[in-house]
Ligand binder design. Structure first.
Ligand code: TRP
Length: 334
């Protein structure tokens, strides 16, 4: 399905990822990229400035996200790895796309609508705190996608609408000029990717404060795992593993064999909550051991990462230039 295809993955630098992000988004994106004929992987820093106005914070987040992808196994030889703001053709293409983007599309976009709803709930004017960056977010995202002739854009469910907007804009431009100027992308939702529950049973999310950290020391990881919610049933009582939170989290990380071992132990009353928490801890530490080492290395040698990003931009720009020229030729009749 992905062989020979161009896959484009974008991530916002949103602050220190946790285990749920790593297993549910970062790892799968890297794996998918390996299957692509061509993989573009970029950090959406222009998108980030809509919300983050402190350059020091933004920079730190960008650094962390770049290092995490590399630590997780992104291969910059295979994947074109770049920072959005290093590709000036993207905002230029965005400007052209604006002329073909119905304002109504932006009114309907989820991120903007959610911001308006929040204002209404708080009794504030609709537009309070909403900048044009947020409002026109989907057009910039369309440019991200269309610039690189992407076939497939892997996204979470919340981003499907944005890929559809990109298709619609591209379709409108192609129809207007009667030729295929822009390649129509498709979204892809990976149904196999698990939603990792947090230590309180809700989806693992920084905003819920229920995360298992990724790149902190073993002690911090242990502390989080040992505070996973359990009940007071004694070890000897045979238990159905399904619904036991430690087991549910284990599912996203354990091999089938490991999972069966935990399930059997619970069924037979041979494993208590302390035991299974230790099993989970071992699995987590084992899973992230190499990545953590690499992460620390790249954070400490960030100049190497900068070089990789610069090399990525150098590979990406000629493609972006081509798309921009194709569009300019058409719209300005040159
Ligand atoms: N909007 C995406 C998110 O919030 C990030 C993103 C920006 C993106 N541009 C993109 C994703 C282009 C895929 C393709 O997660």
């Amino acid at each position: 399905m992905f062989k020979g295809k161009t896959i484009l993955t974008g991530v916002k630098p949103t602050g220190t990822p946790h285990l749920g992000n790593y297993l549910g988004a970062i790892k799968p994106a890297i794996e998918l990229g390996k299957k692509a004929g061509k993989h573009y992987m970029f950090i959406a820093d222009y998108h980030a400035i809509n919300a983050e106005k402190d350059p020091a914070v933004l920079n730190q987040k960008l650094k962390e996200i770049a290092c995490i992808y590399l630590a997780g196994g992104l291969n910059p030889e295979h994947s074109v790895f770049y920072r959005q703001s290093d590709i000036p053709e993207i905002p230029e293409i965005t400007t052209i796309l604006y002329a073909y983007t119905p304002k109504g599309f932006m009114n309907k976009a989820h991120a903007y609508k959610a911001a308006v709803d929040k204002n209404r709930e708080a009794g504030k004017p609709d537009d309070d705190g909403i900048n044009m960056g947020l409002y026109t977010y989907p057009t910039l995202m369309a440019a991200d996608i269309l610039t690189f002739n992407s076939d497939i854009v892997p996204v979470g469910k919340d981003q499907v609408q944005h890929v559809e907007i990109a298709r619609d804009i591209a379709g409108a431009i192609n129809a207007h000029y009667g030729k295929s100027l822009l390649h129509l992308p498709e979204y892809y939702i990976d149904e196999h990717v698990a939603v990792v529950p947090g230590i309180d049973g809700r989806k693992m999310s920084k905003s819920y404060g229920n995360v298992i950290p990724l790149f902190e020391d073993d002690k911090a990881i242990k502390k989080a795992i040992f505070s996973i919610k359990t009940d007071s049933r004694p070890m000897e009582e045979p238990k159905d593993p399904e619904g036991i939170l430690v087991y549910e989290i284990y599912k996203s990380i354990a091999t089938e064999e490991q999972l069966r071992e935990m399930a059997d132990g619970l069924h037979q009353g041979k494993l208590g909550y302390g035991h299974i928490k230790n099993m989970l801890l071992d699995a987590v530490v084992n899973e992230i051991k190499d990545a953590r080492e690499k992460y620390n290395y790249y954070m400490a040698h960030y100049d190497e990462v900068e070089e990789m990003l610069a090399a990525g931009a150098a590979k990406a720009r000629p493609v972006a230039r081509e798309t921009l020229e194709r569009l300019k030729d058409a719209v300005f009749g040159r």
